[in-house]
Design a protein around this ligand. Structure first.
Ligand code: MN3
Length: 201
């Protein structure tokens, strides 16, 4: 059994003009695929083979097996990223909207905090909206690090590695973050993650 390389949840040009088909051809078709391919090559014949991706992430983190961890976490983070975006971004609704208003004042307050975190991540990494024991929080992780190894539940993420935006925005990370925040967030996905965590609590 190998770790699957999932298809995008929308057509490759669905996020244009904010994220181009060319960016997704590279980001999904080359970068994400390479993480999955390297992971499958690295786990072949080891104790990790046959485990779920989430189990591999937890076990390789614990064992400080960085080659396995980096590719496994990046494989998981990217699938979560594709699901965090949608051609019909919109705005949050229901219990998640209430929680965002309570924690950040309003949607504008959320966008400001998220943007500051994503801009402030030095070098490569990820910015996340997470649920930490019933309280929303915005965090950033460096390189391949993922909140899965922390005691939080991720609701949505943005990839701030240069490969995520350089073809469309060059060095303008702020414009890429703005487009994500105002046009691309899949709030239905974030709400599903939030509701599932609340139901489990
Ligand atoms: Mn990436």
């Amino acid at each position: 059994m190998t770790i699957p390389f999932p298809a995008l949840p929308y057509p490759i040009d669905a996020l244009e003009p904010h994220v181009s088909a060319r960016t997704l051809e590279f980001h999904h078709g080359k970068h994400h695929k390479a993480y999955v391919d390297k992971l499958n090559a690295a786990i072949a014949g080891t104790g990790y083979e046959g485990q779920t991706l989430e189990s591999i992430i937890a076990a390789s983190k614990k064992a400080a097996d960085s080659g396995i961890f980096n590719n496994a976490a990046q494989a998981w983070n990217h699938t979560f990223l594709w699901n965090s975006m949608s051609p019909n971004g919109g705005e949050p609704e229901g219990a998640l909207a209430d929680a965002i208003n309570e924690r950040f004042g309003d949607l504008t307050g959320f966008r400001e905090k998220f943007k500051a975190a994503a801009l402030g991540q030095f070098g490569s990494g990820w910015t996340w909206l997470v649920n930490r024991g019933g309280a929303l929080e915005i965090i950033s992780t460096g390189n391949a690090e993922t909140p899965l190894t922390d005691d939080v539940v991720p609701l949505l993420t943005l990839d701030v590695w240069e490969h995520a935006y350089y073809l469309d925005y060059q060095n303008k990370r702020d414009a890429y973050i703005d487009a994500f925040l105002s046009e691309l967030i899949n709030w239905e996905f974030a709400a599903e993650n939030y509701e599932a965590d609340r139901a489990a609590a």
